[in-house]
Design a protein around this ligand. Structure first.
Ligand code: NAD
Length: 353
């Protein structure tokens, strides 16, 4: 396993590994950059096929958090953690208490929050052994930041439609949502409320049934959703879904979704651009969750949080305008903008390529 020479290492400040035999905890915390503040980022639990896969995931996600927080105008750095294990089988109170102790050992340089495979209740358990957790407040949604993530993606999607087609309203727009979980469901609801025609897919039949029943979403098989003939595709399930296999099959003109690390590689951003597909950088438009978590910690009211999330629209507008002007990938422009805010040079970028 290579760490310093891993493709996603990109000058991480610190990468820590923990093993607690009593609880079975095997975890990694990656702190990419604390220039702007403590590294706040979700803790993910997943049955990774290998330790290398876990390391690559945490490094890529952590780096993305640095850019996300910088572009969102937050005084936070970028970090992430992963627990290697199956969330359906391997969760226990002891495991999360041990994870809390691991987080605590970093003295606040890393602050953990909820992510895939981890529930707010799990983060609360971690919070019994460390003060350095976020997103467990008593808010409108019980600490769940997903509705704010969905709001940011919705506003970005609308801005992308305006940019591409000049349309001010979403009535009749056809949108394919991949993944109807925490974010996808709230996004689908906003889209339906705005008059869009929403198609949805999920490998979890209960989530599809709920979206069909409560929102009137049209069900599509999971392996067909990305290639549907629609105006916008919104990946809200997993990373790396935009790749050499899926991109040639896309029929939408815009991709705007919540999933982290949607591009499997840098080349895939170029592939999208070559096909004339407008890609909204994931780490820019899915920042609503981290903005929400930040405001929960401050004790802000809902209106303040919403106003901050709404700034995503203007930032995306700037990225799209710059990308058009210099004919470059939106992802690269967004990363450059984040690096400008951080004062991180092109030197770090060369390592990340
Ligand atoms: P979630 O686990 O609640 O929902 C994901 C859904 O995708 C699940 O219902 C799952 O069954 C479904 N799914 C998995 N594989 C699929 C496939 N191949 N095809 C179709 N559906 C599939 O997660 P979430 O909180 O809604 O997050 C969704 C994505 O957005 C994740 O990538 C997450 O990292 C990212 N994200 C979430 C937040 C947040 O606030 N929750 C913030 C930023 C980014």
């Amino acid at each position: 396993m290579n760490v310093f020479s891993a493709p996603a290492f990109d000058d991480h400040e610190q990468v820590c590994f923990a093993r607690d035999p009593d609880s079975g905890l095997k975890a990694i915390i990656a702190i990419h950059d604390t220039t702007l503040g403590p590294a706040v980022g979700g803790c993910r639990m997943f049955p990774y096929a290998s330790e290398d896969a876990a390391l690559e995931d945490v490094l890529r996600l952590s780096r993305g958090m640095t850019f996300k927080s910088a572009l969102a105008g937050l005084p936070l750095g970028g970090g992430k953690s992963v627990i290697i294990g199956d969330p359906r089988r391997d969760k226990s109170r002891e495991l999360f208490l041990a994870m809390g102790r691991f987080v605590d050992s970093l003295g606040g340089r890393y602050v953990a929050a909820e992510d895939s495979g981890i529930a707010v209740a799990d983060v609360r358990t971690m919070g019994e052994s460390t003060a350095h957790v976020s997103g467990i407040g008593e808010t409108e949604h019980g600490g769940d930041p997903s509705p704010s993530t969905a709001l940011g993606v919705f506003l970005a999607l609308r801005a992308a439609v305006r940019h591409r087609a000049g349309a001010e309203n979403l009535a009749g727009l056809r949108v394919a949502v991949q993944g109807l979980g925490h974010v996808g469901f709230h996004l689908a609801r906003r889209l339906v409320d705005a008059g869009a025609e929403v198609f949805g897919a999920d490998v979890n039949g209960d989530n599809v049934a709920r979206a069909v029943r409560e929102l009137g979403v049209t069900e599509v098989p999971a392996d067909e959703i990305l290639a549907l003939e629609v105006d916008v595709v919104s990946p809200c399930a997993l990373g790396a879904v935009l790749n050499s296999d899926s991109i040639p099959r896309l029929r939408a003109g815009i991709v705007a979704g919540a999933a982290n690390n949607q591009l499997a590689s840098r080349d895939d951003g170029a592939r999208l651009m070559d096909r004339g597909i407008l890609y909204c950088p994931d780490f820019l438009i899915n920042a609503g969750g981290i903005i929400d978590v930040y405001h929960q910690r401050l004790g802000s009211d809902a209106a303040t949080t919403r106003a901050h999330v709404a700034r995503i629209e203007a930032t995306l507008g700037e990225v799209l305008t710059r990308a058009d002007a210099c004919h470059r990938q939106t992802q690269d422009i967004a990363e450059d903008l984040a690096r400008e805010l951080l004062g991180r040079g092109v030197h770090a970028r060369a390592h990340a390529a």
